[in-house]
Design a protein around this ligand. Structure first.
Ligand code: HEC
Length: 143
């Protein structure tokens, strides 16, 4: 990368343009690093259903899983009582995100032969997935 930059520098007439390029390359590297952090997700704690989880479901899921039979993600009670045609049991197992369909479908490769949701994307960020995961692991409370 630095070799490329050095050879690129021959194309620039002034030193300040070169420095600007270096600065931009630095910023680009930094933003890539931030993205990687996002993909892995940061650990989140004390997640609130109302403040943190519900807005994510509203943004990504309720357009398809609204007030309908089957998977309904439009309220706490609906989320907790959902039985999927494929999943066949509650999609939230309080305290156990890894065995909860609601968490599993958010992963790039769901473990239990469901499709990644939302179908066709755009998909949740790493931090948003982490929020759902922590909320389930903290007991899936109506808080
Ligand atoms: C564009 C429409 C659409 C959006 C948005 C969407 N889904 Fe789905 N979802 C579907 C369809 C269609 C199916 C059935 C697919 C299948 O059976 O494989 C499905 C199936 C599911 C299932 C499995 C149901 C079962 O039968 O067991 C779960 C869980 C689920 N979605 C959760 C979510 C979550 C969580 C979100 C938001 C992050 C979401 N979906 C967003 C269309 C959507």
């Amino acid at each position: 990368m630095y070799n490329t930059l050095i050879s690129m520098s021959y194309y620039y007439k002034s030193k300040s343009t070169y420095l600007l390029t270096l600065l931009l390359a630095g910023l680009l590297t930094l933003s890539c690093m931030t993205n990687i952090e996002n993909i892995e997700g940061e650990e989140v704690q004390d997640v609130s259903f109302k403040l943190n989880v519900e807005p994510i479901l509203k943004q990504y899921c309720v357009s398809c899983h609204g007030n309908v039979a089957g998977i309904n993600l439009s309220s706490y009670d609906a989320v907790m009582s959902n039985i999927g045609t494929n999943w066949k049991e509650n999609i939230v197992v309080p305290g156990d995100a890894l065995n909860s369909g609601l968490y599993d479908v958010l992963l790039e490769r769901p473990q239990f032969q469901l499709q990644q949701m939302p179908t066709g994307g755009p998909y949740l960020t790493g931090n948003e997935i982490e929020i759902i995961k922590s909320w389930i692991n903290e007991g899936a409370k109506n808080n």
